[in-house]
Design a binder for this molecule. Structure first.
Ligand SMILES: Nc1ncnc2c1ncn2[C@@H]1O[C@H](COP(=O)(O)OP(=O)(O)OP(=O)(O)O)[C@@H](O)[C@H]1O
Ligand SMILES: [Mg+2]
Length: 448
C-alpha cells in the first residue's frame, strides 16, 4: 500500500512542474515539448488513478478483514466470560463494542490507509518540488504551515473531548433501550411507558447536545482553513509578483508555486481530517482492548478431578454468596446435602435466592465463602467443560435460539435422536404443541 500510495502521490505532484515547463514552452512556441509534456501529464494522471485504485482496494480488504477478526476475537472472549464478567460490562455495552466501536475503528483505518498515507507523502513531495522550482517563494509556506497546523490542532483537541463523552452516552442509550425491550411486559403492566420514554428522552437529548457541540466545533475546520488558504494564496501572489518584478522568478514558476502551495495545504487538511477521527477511534480501541484483556474470573481448574460420570450427590458446605457489587450476600451460610436418588426442593419466597443457590453448581458464579461439592469433589476442582457435562441445568428464564425446534431441543445433546426430542417435549408438556407444527420432524424446515 505504501508503495502504491507513494507512486500515486508522486504522479499527482509532478504535474504542476510539468505545467510550468509547458507554459515556458508556450511562450517559446516549442510545439514538440508541449506535445510530449501533454502526453506525460495524461500518462501520469492515469498512473495516479490506477495506483490509487489498487491502494484503495488493498485498504478496504485489509480493514474489512481486520474488523471481521476483531469481532471474532471479541465474540470468542465474551464466550469465555463468566456471568460476573458479563455483568461487569453489561450486555448493551458489549453489543455496542462489538458493532459500532468496531465500525468506528474500521472507518478510521480506511481513512488512515487511504488519506493518512497519501497526505504526508503528498506534502513532502510537494515541499521538495516547491522549493526546487520556486526557491524563495516557498518561504510563504514557512509561515502558512505552522499557522494552519496550530489552528487545526486547537479545533481537534476541543472536538476530541466530546467524542469520548459521546461514546459513553451511546452506551447509556443502548442500555436504556435494552432494558425497555427486556422489561416490556413489566413496563406495560405498570403503565410506565411515559416514565421510560422520559428517561430515554433525557439521555437521548443529552447525547444529541454533546453530538451537536462536537459537530459544531469540527464544522469550523473547513471554513477557518479556507480563510487561511485565501491569505496564503494572496501572500504567495504578493511575494511572487515582487520576485517576478525583480526578475528573480518567471510567471510559469509562479503558477507552479501557487499550485504546490495549495496542494500542500490540502494535504495538511486531509491529514487533519484523519487525525480528527483518531480520538473517537482511540476511545473505541480502548473499550475493545478492555474487553479483550479481561481475564475470565471463573476458569478451569489446574487439577484434574477425573470425574467423568455423575453419581448425583450435591453438597453445600456453609456457602455464602453475593452478586458482584451487591451490598449484602443473597445466600448466607447455606449447608445441605442432596444425595443420589433423592429429590431436593428449595423453597422460599420470591427473590430469596433459590435460583442463586442452583447457579453455584455449574459455576456461572463462584461462592464467596464455603464450598459446593459434586460427588464429593469441589466444583472449583473440575474442568469447566467436564463439570457442565455432568449437569442437566434448566434455567428459570428460558431461552430459544433463532433456529428450528430440533436444534433448540438438541442444544444440550448434539446426538439427540427424534425419540429423545419426543421424550423431552413430552416431559415438558410441549409435545402437543410441537407436533402440530409439520416441519418440526425435519431439521431445518421449520424455524422459530
Ligand atoms: N445477576 C444478578 N446480579 C445481581 N443481583 C442479582 C442477580 N440475579 C439475582 N439477583 C438478586 O439476588 C436475589 C435472589 O435472586 P434469585 O433469582 O436467586 O431469587 P429466587 O429465590 O430464585 O426468586 P424467584 O422465586 O423469583 O425465582 C434477588 O434479590 C435478585 O434481585
Ligand atoms: Mg428463581
Amino acid at each position: 500500500m505504501v508503495v502504491f500510495v507513494t507512486i500515486s502521490s508522486a504522479a499527482q505532484m509532478v504535474s504542476p512542474t510539468l505545467v510550468s515547463i509547458m507554459i515556458d514552452g508556450v511562450s517559446n512556441n516549442d510545439q514538440t515539448t508541449i506535445i510530449y509534456l501533454a502526453i506525460a501529464i495524461i500518462v501520469l494522471a492515469l498512473v495516479a488513478c490506477a495506483t490509487n485504485v489498487v491502494a484503495t482496494n488493498l485498504a478496504s480488504t485489509l480493514t474489512t478483514k481486520f474488523s471481521a477478526n476483531l469481532r471474532k476475537e471479541l465474540f470468542r472472549k465474551v464466550q469465555s466470560f463468566s456471568a460476573i464478567d458479563i455483568d461487569k460490562y453489561g450486555a448493551a455495552s458489549l453489543i455496542s463494542r462489538n458493532t459500532t466501536d468496531v465500525s468506528v475503528i474500521q472507518n478510521f483505518l480506511v481513512m488512515l490507509f487511504r488519506i493518512g498515507l497519501l497526505a504526508p507523502t503528498m506534502a513532502a513531495i510537494g515541499l521538495v518540488l516547491a522549493v526546487a522550482t520556486t526557491g524563495q517563494l516557498a518561504l510563504v509556506l514557512a509561515v502558512a504551515i505552522p499557522v494552519v497546523v496550530v489552528v487545526i490542532a486547537l479545533i481537534l483537541i476541543r472536538a476530541s473531548t466530546y467524542s469520548v463523552k459521546l461514546r459513553n452516552m451511546i452506551d447509556k442509550i443502548n442500555q436504556l433501550f435494552l432494558e425497555t425491550l427486556e422489561g416490556v411486559r413489566v413496563i406495560r403492566a405498570f403503565n410506565k411507558q411515559e416514565h421510560e420514554t422520559r428517561r430515554f428522552d433525557e439521555t437521548n437529548e443529552e447525547a444529541a447536545e454533546v453530538s451537536r457541540k462536537s459537530i459544531a466545533i469540527s464544522g469550523m475546520l473547513m471554513p477557518v482553513v479556507n480563510v487561511l488558504f485565501g491569505f496564503t494564496s494572496v501572500g504567495a501572489m504578493l511575494v511572487g509578483s515582487y520576485l517576478v518584478a525583480k526578475n528573480q522568478l518567471d510567471v510559469a514558476a509562479l503558477v507552479a508555486a501557487t499550485q504546490y502551495i495549495n496542494m500542500i495545504l490540502i494535504a495538511i487538511v486531509l491529514l487533519a481530517v484523519v487525525i480528527a477521527l483518531f480520538p473517537d477511534a482511540y476511545a473505541c480501541m480502548k473499550r475493545i482492548g478492555d474487553v479483550l484483556q479481561t481475564e475470565a474470573q471463573i476458569t478451569d481448574s489446574q487439577k484434574d478431578a477425573c470425574q467423568k460420570t455423575c453419581k448425583g450427590t450435591v453438597e453445600f458446605r456453609i456457602v455464602t454468596f453475593a452478586y458482584p457489587g451487591a451490598d449484602a450476600p443473597v445466600i448466607k451460610g447455606i449447608d445441605f446435602v442432596s444425595r443420589l436418588g433423592e429429590t431436593t426442593a428449595i423453597i422460599g419466597r420470591t427473590g430469596c435466592g433459590k435460583s442463586s443457590v442452583v447457579k453455584l453448581i455449574p459455576r456461572p458464579y463462584d461462592t464467596l465463602f464455603g464450598d459446593v461439592l459434586v460427588d464429593g469433589v469441589n466444583v472449583k476442582d473440575y474442568k469447566l467443560d467436564e463439570l457442565r457435562d455432568l449437569i442437566g441445568y434448566v434455567p428459570q428464564k428460558n431461552v430459544l435460539f433463532t433456529d428450528d425446534i430440533a436444534s433448540n431441543l438438541n442444544f444440550g445433546n448434539e446426538n439427540g435422536t427424534e425419540e429423545d426430542w419426543k421424550e423431552a417435549t413430552r416431559i415438558a408438556c410441549a409435545d402437543e404443541f410441537v407436533e402440530k407444527k409439520d416441519g418440526c420432524k425435519c431439521q431445518g424446515l421449520f424455524s422459530w
